[in-house]
Write a protein that binds this ligand. Structure first.
Ligand SMILES: C[S@@+](CC[C@H](N)C(=O)[O-])C[C@H]1O[C@@H](n2cnc3c(N)ncnc32)[C@H](O)[C@@H]1O
Length: 383
């Protein structure tokens, strides 16, 4: 495909996303109906779509409208390219610019690339860092790997990955975290990945798992296990944990047995976990606002009603988990959100409802520190 045809394809996908379709679904639909597109074309169209969604308000201002075509015109102007060079109507290129599109001049200040209804809560949550973090959400997130100590060490992982053209740099904050600097599209075919020596996991959840109050042999419940990212991370940190994984939607744990096998980890999957556990981890469903660099359409799909529903579910999960913690044990609450309603306010309300628990620590990681936005509160149940 020519660069112009890729832009035309991105416009079509963006229009479907703007109409409400999740970006991954819209890309898949385009890809299935475009058998002629090679892997380079698919990657380029995906990049255009994600770039445009990350900076949707800014690009709408530069492009003079909110549809896919205006966003792509804005993206070109932002890169100091003249859209008329590619909007020619030739072959599969988008139709030529109208006079209004050509003469459009952006006015006013650049906008924040977040939904307007969320701005007050974003600012209340992040204070003086709010604008810098919003700006960081306009850029692509780095890819991070977690080295699995059950399968080898960091120098081994770095060397194995390098042999297949995947360049990495260890994180200064954590010896088992590697930032991918080249070759990220090859990770899932790499021998180190297939052997369970590395897993894809952002830096912030790795940091959040690294120093949980755990001792060898502890019985641990991952109550919202999903694909098991946190379960597998814990197994690599403290030896001989008795790990139990649960999820309200067991289909979300479909890949867990295969991933655990690859990683050399034993996990019991349970539909009805029975306490007590020394540690219960509640990695709850949330707005995902800390991961909006990776899932840039999610910020535009979140509504006040959806957020309200999530807050209710989080409180219910916390209360359910509280009853599964052993006396003297811990409850670790995690979200990949930056919003205080889902984080500090949720914990304050839980502590008010559950006087048996006290706070041990609270940490918020933000993209200003390299990883995704991520929150963790560690709570202790009285002995
Ligand atoms: C943030 S995701 C978990 C990600 C996972 N821990 C990981 O590291 O890959 C939240 C999970 O909570 C699950 N969930 C939603 N409501 C739940 C509930 N009431 N009880 C238990 N799990 C729930 C969802 O199905 C989803 O898999």
């Amino acid at each position: 495909m020519t660069p112009a045809a890729r832009i035309a394809a991105a416009i079509g996908v963006l229009d479907r996303v703007i109409a409400g379709q999740p970006a991954e679904q819209a890309l898949l639909q385009w890809s299935r109906s475009s058998r002629f597109a090679g892997s380079g074309d698919r990657a380029a169209v995906r990049d255009h779509v994600f770039e445009a969604l990350r900076r949707r308000n800014s690009l709408a201002r530069l492009g003079g409208g909110g549809d896919g075509r205006a966003l792509m015109i804005g993206l070109m102007r932002e890169a100091d390219c003249d859209p008329a060079d590619l909007f020619t109507g030739d072959g599969h290129a988008p139709p030529p610019l109208s006079a209004a599109e050509r003469d459009w001049q952006a006015t006013g200040d650049p906008e924040t690339d977040l939904p307007a209804w969320l701005l007050p809560s974003w600012r209340e949550s992040l204070g003086e860092d709010a604008d810098a973090i919003a700006a960081a959400m306009g850029h692509r997130a780095p890819v991070w790997l977690r080295v699995n100590p059950l399968r080898g060490d960091t120098p081994q992982a770095v060397a194995m990955l390098a042999q297949e053209g995947i360049e990495t740099r260890p994180a200064p904050q954590l010896a088992t975290a590697l930032r991918v600097t080249a070759g990220e599209r090859r990770i899932q075919q790499a021998a180190a990945y297939r052997a369970g020596l590395v897993e894809v996991q952002d830096l912030s959840p790795q940091l959040a798992c690294a120093d949980l109050p755990l001792a060898s042999g502890d019985r641990v419940l991952d109550f919202c296990a999903g694909g098991g990212g946190k379960t597998l991370a814990l197994a690599g940190i403290v030896p001989d944990l008795q790990l139990v994984a649960h999820d309200a939607d067991p289909a979300r744990m479909r890949d867990l047995p295969a991933r655990a096998l690859r990683a050399g980890v034993q996990v019991q999957v349970s539909r009805q976990p029975q306490g007590p556990f020394r540690l219960v981890l509640a990695d709850v469903p949330c707005s995902g606002s800390g991961t909006w660099r990776r899932q840039p359409d999610a910020r535009w799909r979140l509504t006040p009603g959806l957020l309200e529903g999530l807050l209710g579910a989080q409180a219910q999960i916390l209360d359910r988990c509280a009853g599964l913690v052993a006396p003297g044990g811990h409850l670790a609450y995690m979200t990949c959100s930056l919003l205080r309603d889902e984080n500090d306010h949720q914990i304050a309300a839980f502590l008010a409802r559950n006087p048996l628990f006290s706070e041990v620590s609270r940490t918020l990681w933000t993209p200003l520190q390299a990883g995704d936005g991520f929150f963790r509160a560690i709570l202790r149940r009285a002995s």
